[in-house]
Design a protein around this ligand. Sequence first.
Ligand SMILES: Nc1ncnc2c1ncn2[C@@H]1O[C@H](COP(=O)(O)OP(=O)(O)OP(=O)(O)O)[C@@H](O)[C@H]1O
Ligand SMILES: [Mg+2]
Length: 389
Amino acid sequence: MRSRTQSEKRMRAWISASQRLHLAMAGELAVDLGTANTRVYAVGRGVVLNEPSVIAFNKSQGRVVAVGRQAKMMIGREPSSIRVVCPLRDGVIADFDAAEKMLSHFIRRARTKRAILGPRVLLCVPSKISHVAHRAVEDAAYLAGASQVSFVAEPFAAAVGVGLDVWAAHAAMIVNVGGGTVNIAVLSLGGLIHTSTLRVGGTEIDEAIAQYLHQERGLAVGKQTAEAIKHWLGSADCEADGCMFEVGGQSLTTRLPSRVEVSSAEVQAAIEPLVQKIMRSVRESLEELPPEVAADLIESGMVLTGGGAQLLGLTERLGRESGLEVRLAANPECAVVVGAGLLLRPDVPVPELLPEAKLPAPDVLAPDLGFAEAPNNSSSSGLLAAPHA
Ligand SMILES: Nc1ncnc2c1ncn2[C@@H]1O[C@H](COP(=O)(O)OP(=O)(O)OP(=O)(O)O)[C@@H](O)[C@H]1O
Ligand SMILES: [Mg+2]
């Protein structure tokens, strides 16, 4: 009996040692392949990559000439010999070949030189994803060099990333405003109670600004200029201040390079229909919740994640329109990938797409939130910012 126990112990130790050896040789990465940006978290190193989801090819040979930030700089400025591609649309892969090449590049950059085998990759995917879209992202990850691929729903990862206790018998709400989608989710007891996805995100807001300038001010502007206007003047709040911004583009009347002054009120009016769509979608989600869950949210409120959540006034407006306390995550852009990274710890079973039963116990959420590269807020840990009034 005693010798059997000892051999079991030895066997377990051997399995655990071989698993550790495999992980040391392969490495583990959490990947948030977003419409606008891709982020990679390496276990033990934190967020090691945060780059635009853009890739540029040489048209004649199909050779990759730039990826990420460099490729984004080329949008609207590329010569006829170069094709710049944003491989994702509305949160899913739209150009498989480009997505696979971009992911391969990012995975190669994120891996340590010591890793011999392909990494174990945890991919963050939208909570509602078609079978085809799911297969596309899985295939792209394997072709990009992953040795094992598993999935986690983005809102779940975001909730873990901002430090919410997703295993508690108390509901919490996450609204992730990304480049291509707005994901609304309510979680409790390690599962998703409600999710809804709105195909409106930062990119569509940029397009609304460009369209306004085209129609009302007779100026054609590029995608990057429209995004810059949003960052400078965009607001989700009617009480936007009176800032002005000089915008460069091409006059539609003279066809010559031209500049116009644009006010924050104009930009706010141009994006208001999209802001209203977001408000409506959040309200509809709240209306569908069971009473017990609604009661929980009065206490726990709503947490905003995703780059688009930083739109000026969005937190306050959502607070006013929902009646809940709304907080913006301290590092909203990285919440998803940090959460997925926390779920990727040694000896923890990888959660499934809708990660009900196989989740690790809450103690795996020890705050290993160090950022190798902090994109916006170098002091932030990925946990919540101070609540807004
Ligand atoms: N300060 C800001 N104000 C408004 N929008 C912002 C700000 N900072 C970033 N954004 C917007 O956030 C969007 C990118 O967010 P994020 O990186 O979370 O998207 P994503 O994860 O790539 O997209 P998705 O989750 O929809 O696939 C871009 O549209 C960007 O313009
Ligand atoms: Mg995202």
